[in-house]
Write a protein that binds this ligand. Sequence first.
Ligand SMILES: [Zn+2]
Ligand SMILES: [Zn+2]
Length: 178
Amino acid sequence: MIAPIRLVPLLPMSSEFVSSFVHPLRSIFHTKIIVELPLNNVLNAVYDDSRLQYNSTQLIRELLKEFPSSSSKIIGITSVDLFVPVLTYVFGEAQLDGTAAVVSTYRLDNAVYGLEPDPILFFQRSLTEIVHELGHTYGLYHCKNQECAMHSSTAVEDIDLKSAMLCNDCTKQIGVSN
Ligand SMILES: [Zn+2]
Ligand SMILES: [Zn+2]
Protein backbone atom coordinates (compact mmCIF):
# COMPACT_ATOMS: atom_id res chain seq x y z
CA MET A 1 0.00 0.00 0.00
CA ILE A 2 1.23 3.51 -0.82
CA ALA A 3 1.47 6.18 1.91
CA PRO A 4 -1.87 7.11 3.55
CA ILE A 5 -3.46 10.48 2.80
CA ARG A 6 -4.50 13.05 5.41
CA LEU A 7 -7.12 15.59 4.27
CA VAL A 8 -6.91 18.83 6.26
CA PRO A 9 -9.83 21.30 6.04
CA LEU A 10 -8.54 24.87 6.43
CA LEU A 11 -11.34 26.94 7.96
CA PRO A 12 -13.76 28.22 6.73
CA MET A 13 -13.64 25.12 4.47
CA SER A 14 -16.23 22.65 5.78
CA SER A 15 -15.28 19.22 7.06
CA GLU A 16 -18.40 17.78 5.41
CA PHE A 17 -17.23 18.87 1.95
CA VAL A 18 -13.73 17.53 2.59
CA SER A 19 -15.18 14.24 3.84
CA SER A 20 -17.00 13.78 0.52
CA PHE A 21 -13.61 13.09 -1.12
CA VAL A 22 -12.77 10.11 1.09
CA HIS A 23 -14.48 7.43 -1.02
CA PRO A 24 -13.38 8.62 -4.47
CA LEU A 25 -9.79 9.11 -3.25
CA ARG A 26 -9.74 5.64 -1.72
CA SER A 27 -10.84 4.11 -5.01
CA ILE A 28 -8.17 6.04 -6.95
CA PHE A 29 -5.18 5.60 -4.61
CA HIS A 30 -6.16 2.38 -2.80
CA THR A 31 -4.78 3.67 0.47
CA LYS A 32 -6.06 4.86 3.84
CA ILE A 33 -7.73 8.31 3.75
CA ILE A 34 -7.96 10.25 7.03
CA VAL A 35 -9.92 13.49 7.55
CA GLU A 36 -8.12 15.65 10.11
CA LEU A 37 -9.73 18.20 12.41
CA PRO A 38 -9.97 21.58 10.67
CA LEU A 39 -7.10 24.04 11.17
CA ASN A 40 -8.04 27.55 12.18
CA ASN A 41 -4.87 29.64 12.28
CA VAL A 42 -2.71 28.70 9.29
CA LEU A 43 -4.35 30.89 6.64
CA ASN A 44 -3.90 34.10 8.63
CA ALA A 45 -0.18 33.42 8.75
CA VAL A 46 0.17 33.38 4.94
CA TYR A 47 -2.11 36.26 3.91
CA ASP A 48 -0.53 38.84 1.62
CA ASP A 49 -2.31 42.13 2.16
CA SER A 50 -0.90 43.76 -0.96
CA ARG A 51 -2.26 40.98 -3.20
CA LEU A 52 -5.33 40.13 -1.07
CA GLN A 53 -4.48 36.46 -1.63
CA TYR A 54 -2.79 33.67 0.32
CA ASN A 55 0.75 32.44 -0.44
CA SER A 56 0.57 28.74 -1.31
CA THR A 57 4.28 28.01 -0.76
CA GLN A 58 4.12 29.48 2.74
CA LEU A 59 0.89 27.58 3.35
CA ILE A 60 2.67 24.28 2.61
CA ARG A 61 5.35 25.29 5.14
CA GLU A 62 2.71 26.06 7.80
CA LEU A 63 1.01 22.74 7.12
CA LEU A 64 4.28 20.86 7.60
CA LYS A 65 4.71 22.57 10.98
CA GLU A 66 1.34 21.18 12.04
CA PHE A 67 2.28 17.64 11.00
CA PRO A 68 6.00 17.29 11.72
CA SER A 69 7.74 14.16 10.44
CA SER A 70 4.57 12.64 9.03
CA SER A 71 4.89 9.54 6.88
CA SER A 72 1.47 10.30 5.32
CA LYS A 73 0.70 12.64 2.45
CA ILE A 74 -0.88 15.83 3.84
CA ILE A 75 -3.20 17.95 1.74
CA GLY A 76 -4.70 21.22 2.97
CA ILE A 77 -7.99 22.13 1.30
CA THR A 78 -9.08 25.77 1.30
CA SER A 79 -11.75 28.00 -0.22
CA VAL A 80 -9.50 31.10 -0.35
CA ASP A 81 -7.51 32.27 -3.39
CA LEU A 82 -3.89 31.07 -3.50
CA PHE A 83 -0.90 32.50 -5.35
CA VAL A 84 2.80 32.11 -5.90
CA PRO A 85 4.72 35.36 -6.53
CA VAL A 86 5.34 34.74 -10.27
CA LEU A 87 1.71 33.82 -11.08
CA THR A 88 -1.67 35.57 -10.83
CA TYR A 89 -3.12 32.56 -9.01
CA VAL A 90 -2.69 28.81 -8.54
CA PHE A 91 -5.28 26.03 -8.14
CA GLY A 92 -2.84 24.31 -5.83
CA GLU A 93 0.79 23.49 -5.11
CA ALA A 94 2.63 20.38 -3.98
CA GLN A 95 6.05 19.20 -2.88
CA LEU A 96 7.20 16.93 -5.71
CA ASP A 97 7.82 13.47 -4.24
CA GLY A 98 7.34 15.08 -0.83
CA THR A 99 4.85 15.26 2.00
CA ALA A 100 2.52 18.22 1.66
CA ALA A 101 0.20 19.86 -0.84
CA VAL A 102 -2.55 22.48 -0.90
CA VAL A 103 -5.61 22.92 -3.11
CA SER A 104 -7.85 25.97 -3.46
CA THR A 105 -11.47 25.57 -4.53
CA TYR A 106 -11.82 29.35 -5.00
CA ARG A 107 -11.48 29.44 -8.81
CA LEU A 108 -13.29 26.11 -9.27
CA ASP A 109 -16.61 27.76 -8.40
CA ASN A 110 -18.73 28.98 -11.35
CA ALA A 111 -19.79 31.97 -9.24
CA VAL A 112 -16.26 33.42 -9.59
CA TYR A 113 -16.86 33.60 -13.37
CA GLY A 114 -20.37 35.04 -13.06
CA LEU A 115 -21.95 31.70 -14.06
CA GLU A 116 -24.73 29.62 -12.48
CA PRO A 117 -23.55 27.49 -9.56
CA ASP A 118 -23.05 23.83 -10.48
CA PRO A 119 -22.38 21.73 -7.35
CA ILE A 120 -21.60 18.54 -9.29
CA LEU A 121 -19.10 20.29 -11.55
CA PHE A 122 -17.60 22.03 -8.50
CA PHE A 123 -17.14 18.69 -6.75
CA GLN A 124 -15.64 17.11 -9.89
CA ARG A 125 -13.15 19.97 -10.40
CA SER A 126 -12.16 19.90 -6.73
CA LEU A 127 -11.59 16.13 -6.79
CA THR A 128 -9.53 16.41 -9.99
CA GLU A 129 -7.26 19.06 -8.49
CA ILE A 130 -6.89 17.16 -5.20
CA VAL A 131 -5.85 14.05 -7.14
CA HIS A 132 -3.47 16.19 -9.25
CA GLU A 133 -1.64 17.71 -6.27
CA LEU A 134 -1.54 14.39 -4.40
CA GLY A 135 -0.07 12.82 -7.57
CA HIS A 136 2.82 15.31 -7.36
CA THR A 137 3.48 14.34 -3.73
CA TYR A 138 3.79 10.71 -4.89
CA GLY A 139 6.41 11.87 -7.40
CA LEU A 140 4.32 12.25 -10.57
CA TYR A 141 5.19 14.95 -13.10
CA HIS A 142 2.68 16.43 -15.56
CA CYS A 143 1.22 13.83 -17.92
CA LYS A 144 0.72 14.21 -21.70
CA ASN A 145 -2.55 12.24 -21.57
CA GLN A 146 -5.25 14.94 -21.73
CA GLU A 147 -7.75 12.88 -19.76
CA CYS A 148 -5.34 12.13 -16.92
CA ALA A 149 -5.68 14.14 -13.69
CA MET A 150 -1.91 14.80 -13.94
CA HIS A 151 -2.35 16.78 -17.18
CA SER A 152 -1.48 20.41 -16.37
CA SER A 153 -4.21 23.06 -16.15
CA THR A 154 -3.76 26.80 -16.10
CA ALA A 155 -7.45 27.70 -16.54
CA VAL A 156 -10.62 26.14 -15.21
CA GLU A 157 -11.62 25.11 -18.78
CA ASP A 158 -8.51 22.88 -18.85
CA ILE A 159 -9.67 21.10 -15.70
CA ASP A 160 -13.03 20.33 -17.33
CA LEU A 161 -11.26 18.54 -20.20
CA LYS A 162 -9.59 15.99 -17.95
CA SER A 163 -10.94 13.47 -15.44
CA ALA A 164 -10.23 12.91 -11.77
CA MET A 165 -8.64 9.56 -12.64
CA LEU A 166 -4.96 8.81 -13.12
CA CYS A 167 -4.08 7.18 -16.44
CA ASN A 168 -2.59 3.66 -16.45
CA ASP A 169 0.97 4.97 -16.80
CA CYS A 170 0.66 7.32 -13.80
CA THR A 171 -1.09 4.65 -11.73
CA LYS A 172 1.69 2.20 -12.48
CA GLN A 173 4.40 4.76 -11.73
CA ILE A 174 3.26 5.42 -8.15
CA GLY A 175 2.75 1.73 -7.48
CA VAL A 176 -0.98 1.75 -6.67
CA SER A 177 -2.17 -1.81 -6.24
CA ASN A 178 -5.54 -3.22 -5.30
ZN1 LIG B 1 0.76 20.16 -11.48
ZN1 LIG C 1 -1.15 10.20 -16.52
